[in-house]
Design a protein around this ligand. Structure first.
Ligand code: SF4
Length: 245
């Protein structure tokens, strides 16, 4: 069953209420960077590269270390690779990431006059920049509507039944067709926080989720299992009785 436009609006607003009202609401690394750096596209780009395959808190540390020492594409283009490696160590995969960061900085300097491009096609020309990173730069760096699809956005969209896709690129294509453009800027942030706190990769917390009624995964996977667990055994006591109801 597909979700219509109204369905998506209500899903986003329920999800937003769950993440922004929850006591453990934390800013994602990119949202934090956006706030701290006033959305400097270069820092968002480097932050997104650093955030690959690591936790948010590690990204935040690595970005802070790096930008305390090098603050622009020009400076990083001529940086010492060994030093960069040490500065970004908290983010993991620091050998590859140090090389990528320096190479990207050089490309920005040489091909784009030191300014991070604000078009997807140009961003995709940069070393190690894929669609997710390019879209993150647009959303968090330039405030241009786009849908960055990371592992959280991909998983949750499929669980909810908003899309039925195998690859993040297909998810992006489907979501851009189904979600009204006015919601694109907020979508990544809300989905990522929701994925970190409630709809986790392993063990989604469906019992506290207000989207159960519209969620395909809940309907098809979680609920049937629960049904079996909740059925009182013959001669057994129901849960209400156990709780003294
Ligand atoms: S009901 Fe469960 S699987 Fe569905 S969105 Fe909520 S937490 Fe995720």
């Amino acid at each position: 069953m597909g979700h219509g436009r109204v369905g998506i609006e209500s899903i986003l607003s329920k999800m937003g209420r769950m993440v922004y009202d929850s006591s453990d609401a934390r800013a994602t690394a990119l949202a934090q960077l956006k706030e701290q750096e006033g959305g400097d596209p270069f820092r968002i780009l480097i932050g997104t590269i650093l955030s690959q395959r690591t936790r948010d808190e590690n990204t935040t540390k690595a970005v802070a270390n790096l930008f305390a020492r090098y603050s622009s594409a020009k400076e990083l283009a001529g940086a010492d690779e060994g030093e960069v490696r040490d500065l970004i160590r908290p983010a993991g995969f620091y050998n590859v990431k140090a090389k990528s960061i320096i190479r990207v900085s050089r490309q920005i300097l040489e091909k784009f006059n030191g300014r991070v491009p604000d078009k997807v096609d140009d961003l995709l020309k940069l070393h190690s920049v894929g669609r997710k990173t390019a879209n993150c730069v647009l959303v968090y760096g330039y405030g241009i509507p786009a849908i960055p699809v990371d592992t959280h956005v991909h998983r949750i969209s499929n669980r909810l039944g908003l899309v039925e896709t195998r690859r993040p690129e297909e998810t992006e294509e489907e979501l851009t067709k189904k979600v009204p453009r006015r919601y694109w800027l907020e979508l990544n942030d809300v989905f990522v926080r929701f994925g970190q706190t409630t709809c986790k990769p392993l063990g989604p917390r469906c019992e506290v989720c207000t989207l159960r009624g519209v969620c395909k995964y809940y309907r098809e996977v979680v609920s049937p299992k629960r049904g079996k667990l909740d059925k009182p055994k013959l001669g057994g006591v129901s849960r209400a009785n156990i709780r003294g109801g």
